[in-house]
Write a protein that binds this ligand. Structure first.
Ligand code: CTP
Length: 400
């Protein structure tokens, strides 16, 4: 073993402290997928261990003494999280757990799914796999399985996580796990999830590919309706999510996860949009965009034939709203909206000074003429070479 894990192993051997690779890294190693985050668990004092490791390996350390965890950043950029093995008890559904020291078995038993509840003991002695819940079997059969019935009550965000792993890995959610999640929802376990946590889970889910499948999985679990009864993921929404993914890939850098939240909301009423915005604690720009989404869709449907840069400017539409509407509405408005999205890349090569130099008197008409010219350029009504001529005409035309 080399690198940061090798250094951690050497230190653990010297300190005679049992050290484990845990969580997603074990799952991804067994699946031969790239390992992104490395989590280590130590039976002992993680903070003390992390500090020694940082000293010997020249890593930067941030410690959360209260949680008994440290994050190390090694020269070269590698990151390592170290935690003390622990058990968790939940006083009530969705509450943060009470944490206490425990051995690796209890540490694995508090985890979400069998495929995430494996560990590789890396020190001392020869490395070996600990798999008390049959994680390897579930990796082979493609199954997301919770460890026990109370799991989705203790931490209802695991319902989103189930959909996220099933979607990412192409797995299915095991029948009993599905029933446990539905039961937790029926008993209103979701009520205890804060808006921030809810939004974070939805953002994580919609940051990975195959959003249509992700929405389908959420729907089978009843999670969408638990976020809000208006979220039912009908076919139009799932089609829209697939389209949104294709549109986003044609316009890289213009959109993020919020595009998918709008499409997921689909044809909700204004009242429902306001509820959803509140439930997932949207703020500022995203909040106002969600609130006006139903009326925007209605307007774009009504004015499908006249969709163009002037609507985008008048309504100050963001690229995400344009992309979401394009995806959800589909033809005939969709392609027009996508053209509009593309046209946002086009900007004027002239400015107010050029108009002043051409004899247009200073005043608000200059700004208006430039806007009209930009619209014309974006709509393809004029070519680049005609910008100044058009702008001057527009400005002088306004004086008459
Ligand atoms: N975990 C859990 N319940 C949660 C969150 C996390 O049991 N609600 C445990 C799982 O064992 C998980 C580990 O903590 O593997 C680390 O969590 P996280 O970093 O969220 O997930 P990863 O498994 O690393 O997966 P990803 O690839 O999505 O980062």
């Amino acid at each position: 073993m080399r690198g940061p894990i090798g250094a951690a192993r050497k230190l653990a051997i010297a300190e005679k402290a049992p050290l484990y690779l845990v969580g997603g890294a074990v799952r991804d190693l067994l699946l031969r997928r790239p390992v992104v985050d490395v989590d280590l668990a130590i039976e002992g004092d993680a903070v003390g261990f992390g500090k020694s490791l940082a000293r010997t390996a020249g890593a930067r350390i941030s410690a959360h003494e209260r949680f008994g965890t440290v994050v190390l950043e090694f020269p070269g950029g590698a990151r390592l999280d170290v935690a003390s093995t622990r058990k968790e008890t939940y006083a009530s559904s969705g509450a943060l757990p009470k944490v206490g020291p425990a051995g690796i078995e209890e540490d694995l038993a508090r985890r979400d799914f069998t495929i995430n509840a494996m560990a590789i003991r890396i020190a001392p002695g020869r490395p070996f796999l600990l798999d008390p819940f049959g994680g390897r079997r579930d990796l082979r059969s493609g199954t997301v399985r919770m460890l026990h019935e109370k799991s989705p009550h203790d931490d209802p965000t695991r319902a989103f996580r189930a959909a996220r792993y099933a979607n990412r890995l192409g797995f299915s959610v095991e029948g009993r796990t599905r029933a446990w999640i539905r039961e937790a929802i029926r008993r209103r376990a979701f009520d205890s999830i804060s808006g921030d946590r809810m939004r974070r889970e939805i953002r994580l889910l919609f940051s990975e590919e195959n959003r249509a499948r992700a929405a389908g999985l959420l729907s089978r679990l009843g999670v969408d309706r638990a976020v809000d009864p208006a979220l039912t993921s009908p076919l139009a929404v799932r089609r829209g999510l697939s389209r949104a993914e294709r549109i986003a890939s044609r316009h890289p850098g213009k959109t993020g996860w919020f595009l998918y939240l709008l499409v997921w909301a689909g044809d909700v009423s204004e009242k429902a949009a306001a509820r959803i915005a509140r439930r997932v604690a949207l703020t500022r720009g995203d909040l106002s965009r969600m609130l006006r989404w139903p009326s925007l869709l209605a307007r774009l449907r009504r004015e499908a034939r006249s969709i163009g840069p002037s609507i985008a400017r008048a309504e100050r539409l963001s690229p995400e709203e344009i992309a979401a509407a394009a995806a959800f509405l589909g033809p005939p408005a969709g392609p027009r909206l996508e053209l509009l999205l593309r046209s946002l890349d086009t900007s004027l090569s002239i400015g107010g000074r050029d108009l002043l130099a051409a004899g247009v008197p200073a005043g608000p008409r200059i700004g208006k003429a430039l806007e009209a010219t930009l619209d014309a350029l974006r709509e393809g009504r004029i070519s680049r070479g005609r910008e100044l001529e058009f702008a001057v005409e527009a400005a002088l035309g306004q004086t008459r």
